[in-house]
Design a protein around this ligand. Structure first.
Ligand SMILES: Nc1ncnc2c1ncn2[C@@H]1O[C@H](COP(=O)(O)OP(=O)(O)OP(=O)(O)O)[C@@H](O)[C@H]1O
Length: 209
């Protein structure tokens, strides 16, 4: 269970954002909606431990994340939270497999090549395991970025605007992969977007005012 309790954040005197309480049960799939500037990215940063809010608490499976030390929070994040960025964050000089193994060792988990193959197979890119990022297409890179996010079987999988720059066909394909990976890994999924095309795929919606 993930919960957001009495959270608000002030960047400065002029920008003060309040977030209504939110409870997410394990395995649920949620859409986070809000117009530009309403605070979607801010809330994702708060949920993922990147930004400590001025007030309130975020609890992920019984851990109140902002009570952890910086080092504990880094490790907690590596093990429990997977983030799919709009553009993949991969190291160019490492192969796809090495990039994924590195995500395991960052989280202080043992390197597990079987898990790497399993995830790449489930995303349809097992043949790219020894390739370098610059040898892949944009669509394939986006699959690797999903693979990197789920490699450590996170409790929470978050995607920030994963479809906004894609055409209809690719937008639906990426969405299907996120939903599928959330199911396979039993990860709670939160997708932040203002892309109306993805609305129908979700029954749960958290909307920012
Ligand atoms: N570092 C910062 N310092 C000051 N104000 C900020 C900072 N980051 C964001 N803001 C302000 O906080 C508000 C929410 O920004 P945020 O990026 O969370 O919105 P968003 O819903 O993700 O927008 P978009 O859909 O356009 O990306 C905006 O008014 C923004 O200008």
């Amino acid at each position: 269970m993930i919960s957001l309790n009495s959270v608000s954040h002030n960047y400065n005197e002029k920008v003060q954002i309040g977030f209504k309480d939110w409870q997410i049960n394990n395995g649920e799939q949620w859409l986070l909606l809000g117009s530009s500037g309403s605070g979607k990215t801010t809330l994702l940063h708060i949920l993922t431990g990147i930004l400590k809010p001025n007030n309130g608490a975020v609890t992920i499976n019984d851990t109140s994340i902002y009570t952890l030390s910086a080092k504990q929070l880094d490790q907690f994040r590596g093990r429990n939270i997977g983030i799919v960025f709009q553009r993949p964050h991969l190291i160019k000089s490492l192969t796809i497999a090495e990039n994924l193994l590195m995500a395991q060792s960052f989280a202080k988990l043992p390197e597990d090549m079987t898990r790497v193959s399993e995830v790449l197979t489930s995303l349809g890119i097992a043949d790219k395991i020894k390739a370098y990022p610059n040898e892949l297409s944009q669509g394939q890179l986006q699959r690797v970025s999903i693979a990197r996010a789920v490699i450590n079987k996170p409790a929470l999988l978050i995607a920030d605007e994963p479809t906004s720059s894609l055409d209809d066909k690719n937008a639906m394909a990426v969405l299907d992969l996120l939903l599928q990976q959330s199911n396979i890994n039993q990860a709670t999924l939160v997708v932040a977007t203002h892309d109306k095309r993805v609305k129908d795929a979700f029954t749960n919606t958290y909307e920012l005012a």
